[in-house]
Design a protein around this ligand. Structure first.
Ligand code: SF4
Ligand code: SF4
Length: 277
């Protein structure tokens, strides 16, 4: 049963990170009308119908969510009763450039977690993420000031991070915060084995997100077709990495009717990479 979704509320970004796989998939990302309120209504009905106590929504996707902060704010207000009762938990992930005291206070008031994308040490981050290290670090410090602790962070692990593995781990140690490492895929990608070796080393010293049916890109098992979905481009996809696989499901399809008929496979491996073999 679906208990998690990610919703891409826009298709635009104010950075052009070297490895961004959404940019690589530009041909599959079109501007479209996707009524997010209708998606949220479907989620609410699904929760009530199945008596779900904990449903997770990630306002994350093909772009920078804070570029559409006014809309994001309205979506959060639309689900505020469920956020308050804990039936829905929500999060977003930002590159930090548009973070302000006001928007961080709004997210805090409504219990929405804000994660930051940062690829470790300055030289690596700046090389991959358009020289944005100082901006994202200021935003992270602002988040600490407002929330009293450092926020969760997301680091994409590619060749440069592997080449600076020890420095990267030391960099994250200072925050005492939950770190999600994700495997770089696409033309600059690293192998699953290289990624797993890095995660193993990092997990010995950091609070690292791993395990469960989620995504091999984050060190877990592939959750394709089990309990999570990805909304973007007016459609519903298996996951954020599968937007180039044609989907028959429009964004307003009731969740119970979404079935990608994913057959059995080794969930330690990526479903999509398996399709390519
Ligand atoms: S901030 Fe995220 S969406 Fe934007 S270019 Fe970088 S990786 Fe892509
Ligand atoms: S298909 Fe691949 S990218 Fe998608 S959830 Fe599974 S492991 Fe992750």
């Amino acid at each position: 049963m679906v208990t998690r979704v990610c919703i891409s509320i826009n298709n635009r970004c104010n950075l052009n990170c070297r490895y961004c796989h959404f940019h690589e998939k530009k041909a599959h990302i079109q501007a479209c009308d996707m009524n997010v309120y209708q998606i949220l209504d479907n989620i609410k009905s699904h929760i009530r119908k199945h008596g779900i106590c904990s449903f997770k929504i990630g306002f994350v996707g093909n772009g920078e969510p804070l570029l559409d902060y006014d809309n994001l704010k309205e979506y959060i207000l639309y689900i505020q009763d469920d956020l308050k009762s804990g039936t829905i938990s929500a999060y977003t992930i930002t590159n930090g450039l548009l973070v302000t005291e006001d928007n961080l206070r709004f997210f805090k008031t409504h219990g929405v977690s804000v994660g930051f994308s940062i690829d470790g040490i300055k030289s690596v981050h700046d090389a991959l993420r358009c020289g944005s290290f100082d901006s994202v670090m200021s935003a992270i410090e602002l988040s600490k000031k407002i929330n009293g602790k450092y926020p969760p962070m997301n680091c994409t692990v590619g060749r440069e991070v592997l080449d600076h593995a020890e420095e990267t781990i030391v960099f994250f140690e200072r925050f005492d915060s939950r770190i999600t490492f994700s495997r770089m895929i696409g033309q600059y990608g690293i192998t699953m084995e290289e990624f797993r070796q890095f995660i193993k080393k990092a997990a010995a010293r950091l609070n690292v997100r791993t395990g469960g049916y989620d995504c091999t890109m984050y060190g877990g098992m592939c959750g394709a077709g089990i309990n999570n979905l990805y909304y973007a481009n007016g459609k519903i996809y298996i996951c954020g990495n599968c937007i180039d696989i044609e989907s028959p499901f429009s964004f307003n399809t009731p969740l119970d009717k979404v079935d990608f008929r994913v057959g059995p496979f080794d969930r330690h491996l990526c479903y999509k990479e398996g399709l390519r073999k």
